[in-house]
Design a protein around this ligand. Structure first.
Ligand code: SF4
Ligand code: SF4
Length: 195
């Protein structure tokens, strides 16, 4: 039997993802089309099953949650119109709130936070700033000095080829003029949802 708290969490997921997880009948079509399924510790359909049973915290702790690249293939393939990608997006949020991010996914989280922060500050991506923040987050998050040193240098060999192909820009682009609008979009996304 589920606790009231867990049921409320399922309700919250359904509200935020605009979907109904109970509609899933475990056909597996979402998992069969997922380009990241091979890398995941559990399949997208299994994540939905965990949520159906109210095991939200457990679902949020799988590495699959952060391995999902939000391509939406699963949601478009579902014969029951379950928004699997939306559910996984909410699970990402829950994994941060409950501090249950899979240990192997901490760098992915650091990268996504760095990306969003640069958008928040500038209204657009600023590659150099984003990479710098990502590296600093990695360094601070790793007490082992050998690992921290390795982490700081591990992408260095990619820098030169990327520069040559024009994929990395040292010149910082101007931030968007209406930063207040960008902040409002972020604030709107962070508003609590009531049903
Ligand atoms: S495709 Fe839809 S119905 Fe089938 S397992 Fe996935 S979520 Fe469930
Ligand atoms: S949105 Fe995520 S779970 Fe769905 S198919 Fe794409 S990678 Fe897989």
């Amino acid at each position: 039997m589920h606790s009231i708290t867990k049921d409320k969490e399922v309700e919250r997921i359904e509200t935020l993802a605009h979907t109904k997880v109970a509609d899933c009948y475990q056909c597996g079509k979402c998992s069969a089309g997922c380009p990241m399924a091979e890398k995941m510790d559990v399949l997208p359909s299994t994540l939905i099953r965990f949520v159906q049973y109210g095991n939200v915290e457990k679902a949020a702790s799988f590495s699959a949650v952060w391995q999902c690249v939000s391509c939406l293939t699963c949601s478009t393939r579902c014969p029951k119109s379950v928004n699997i990608a939306g559910v996984i997006d909410v699970l990402k949020q829950i994994s941060l709130e409950k501090n249950v991010v899979h240990p192997k996914m901490k760098q992915v989280v650091a990268f996504q936070k760095s990306f969003l922060n640069t958008i928040y500050r500038n209204g657009r991506t600023n590659e150099l700033e984003m990479v710098a923040e990502y590296k600093i987050r990695g360094l601070l998050g790793n007490p082992n000095p050998f690992f921290a040193f390795f982490f700081a240098l591990k992408d260095a060999e990619l820098g030169l080829p990327m520069l040559r192909r024009g994929k990395l820009h040292f010149k910082l682009g101007a931030p968007v003029k209406n930063k207040a609008l960008v902040r409002r979009i972020f604030a709107k996304c962070q508003e609590p949802v009531s049903r």
